[in-house]
Design a binder for this molecule. Structure first.
Ligand SMILES: Cc1cc2nc3c(=O)[nH]c(=O)nc-3n(C[C@H](O)[C@H](O)[C@H](O)COP(=O)(O)OP(=O)(O)OC[C@H]3O[C@@H](n4cnc5c(N)ncnc54)[C@H](O)[C@@H]3O)c2cc1C
Length: 502
């Protein structure tokens, strides 16, 4: 089965931005018979999931952990297509290896007996506590993800409806606090709470609803796309174009045209101007209102309110390609530093660049050797850093120093002669997030995922005033991460299809 062919009178929509959220929305609209054009500022689609090829190495810029593949498969199922035709997903096991400075390793996966053995190694008394945590996680997964992960919160009433479930699960508590209720070992507390960092949240402050990530990974697994996450984006683009959708790359939208309380079209930097019945922005939420709608009253007033919100931190990422292969280093590792809470305080509250760090190490070639030339390996090492509004340093000076410190630490813990092995390396700083993605304050994950900025309190999928302007992506409900933004696309598409096709 294929999508309906656009005819005269077919509604036309523009999606600004080809991130995961933008592409998922575009596919849904095009599948429903809305003639959709995606306008992307950069030369390649993907947004945070951009990529570079250098010296035979492929470096994915952003997401590496694919969870809930079913939410992606749905985008093909809509028109009776098969995702496997465009994308090859490979399981990753263990999901992560967590490592601490004292040499302790903890392999985290959904292999129940193996996971229980790992927990018992840390503290046998915590196995029962883990079972209770798992039951809690399953409860919040059902309420927060299955029931509410893809519905738009357009009014306060919808928030009130969710209130009993939030109260039942003590959503005002943090993930770390809930985990600590169930397990006593500090390393295990870190192992069961660090996940919020993958969506920009401080485990000490992020609502315990986000403990759902544990169940999400347990049920859906952790996956890798052959060729890199960029291939998943490429598959989405291929599918969208197959359905008749139009991609316009390398041309930033400069202005969303407004007449009264309606948007009428977009104008790009190159001067291209087109009328649309509806416009959805996948760009940064602040950029969308302050810059693209800046001439309208609504743009100005909402940008002011967005300026008062808190934004998740940025990231510093070192990409490196090295000589040799490393079968003993799993695909995903967290190299915890000596501090957990203190380090999080430095990043989220004090806005300083600490002397220590925790590293997420990405090693795709152990799953997919094609990501590097034969006999060589691709890695990235990522550390969260405060965003540009808190940390005022010259990244052109600090960047090379931090790159060296991070490589030294990876060397100390895993690859002793790392510096001699490097074939190519470069780094990505908060300035790059700001410059390349128009990310407010260089934030890597948009608005911080705290309870007071979630659901109705987050960006709405349809603007409250301009009823044919929509948002999709990390700044909207439910928030950052691939399943999050793909869920937001489902919520936004539901509204647009209803509004445009009745
Ligand atoms: C380093 C890193 C690692 C991550 N790891 C994971 C992970 O392992 N798993 C996971 O699930 N999530 C991960 N995340 C989070 C996840 O990648 C993001 O939350 C998600 O990809 C954001 O998607 P989005 O739809 O909000 O769009 P974005 O990726 O933010 O894309 C928005 C797009 O809009 C475009 N745009 C902006 N302004 C304009 C304009 N004026 N005109 C035209 N185009 C414009 C931008 O160029 C960009 O392409 C990671 C994020 C980062 C940064």
């Amino acid at each position: 089965m294929s999508a309906p062919t656009p005819q005269s009178g077919t509604p036309r929509a523009c999606v600004i931005g080809a991130g995961f959220g933008g592409m998922a929305l575009a596919i849904r609209l095009q599948s429903a018979g809305i003639a959709t054009t995606v306008v992307e500022a950069r030369d390649k689609p993907g947004g945070r999931a951009y990529f570079w090829q250098m010296d035979g190495f492929t470096f994915d810029a952003g997401p590496t952990v694919v969870t809930d593949p079913a939410c992606l498969k749905e985008l093909w199922d809509l028109t009776g297509h098969d995702m496997a035709q465009d994308v090859e997903l490979m399981p990753v096991m263990p999901f992560y290896r967590l490592n601490w400075p004292d040499g302790t390793n903890f392999d985290y996966s959904n292999d129940d007996p193996a996971l229980r053995r790992e927990i018992a190694k840390l503290d046998p008394a915590d196995v029962a506590g883990y079972d209770a945590f798992l039951a809690y996680s399953a409860g919040v997964f059902e309420e927060g993800y299955v029931k509410l992960g893809h519905v738009p919160f357009l009014d306060f009433k919808s928030m009130l409806k969710a209130a009993p479930a939030l109260a039942k699960h003590q959503a005002w508590r943090s993930v770390y606090s809930i985990v600590s209720k169930y397990v006593k070992n500090e390393k295990l507390r870190e192992a069961l709470s660090f996940h919020t960092l993958l969506v920009g949240g401080n485990p000490m402050k992020t609502s315990s609803i986000y403990a759902l990530i544990h169940k999400l990974e347990k049920d859906g697994g952790v996956w890798w796309t052959r060729g890199g996450t960029n291939r998943l984006i490429a598959g989405m683009v291929r599918h969208f174009e197959r359905l008749g959708g139009v991609m316009r790359l390398g041309d930033a939208v400069e202005r969303i045209e407004v007449l009264g309380n309606k948007v009428t079209g977009v104008t790009t930097k190159s001067g291209w101007s087109e009328k649309f019945d509806a416009v959805a922005s996948n760009g940064d939420i602040m950029h969308s209102y302050r810059d693209l709608l800046g001439t309208s009253h609504r743009g100005k007033t909402y940008a002011k309110s967005l300026a008062r919100k808190s934004y998740s931190p940025s990231l510093f990422v070192v990409h490196f390609g090295i000589e040799g292969t490393w079968p003993g280093i799993p695909h995903h590792m967290i190299l915890f530093g000596p501090r957990y809470k203190g380090l999080l305080d430095d990043i989220y509250t004090h806005g300083v660049l600490p002397a220590d760090f925790s590293i997420y190490l990405h090693h795709p070639t152990v799953t997919d050797p094609g990501m590097a030339p034969e006999g060589k390996s691709t890695f990235y090492a990522l550390v969260p850093v405060a965003h540009l509004g808190k940390l005022n340093v010259d990244w052109s000076v600090v960047g090379p120093q931090l790159e060296k410190r991070i490589l030294d630490e990876v060397g100390r813990r895993l690859i002793p002669d790392i510096h001699d092995r490097i074939v190519t390396s470069f780094h990505y700083t908060p300035r790059d997030f700001s410059h390349d993605l128009s990310a407010h304050l260089g934030s890597a994950f948009s608005l911080e995922p705290v309870l007071t900025q979630s659901a109705w309190f987050r960006g709405h999928n349809r603007d409250d005033v301009m009823k044919n302007f929509y948002l999709v992506g990390a700044g909207t409900h439910p928030g950052a991460g691939i399943p999050g933004v793909v869920g937001s696309a489902k919520a936004t598409a539901g509204l647009m299809v209803e509004d445009l096709l009745g």
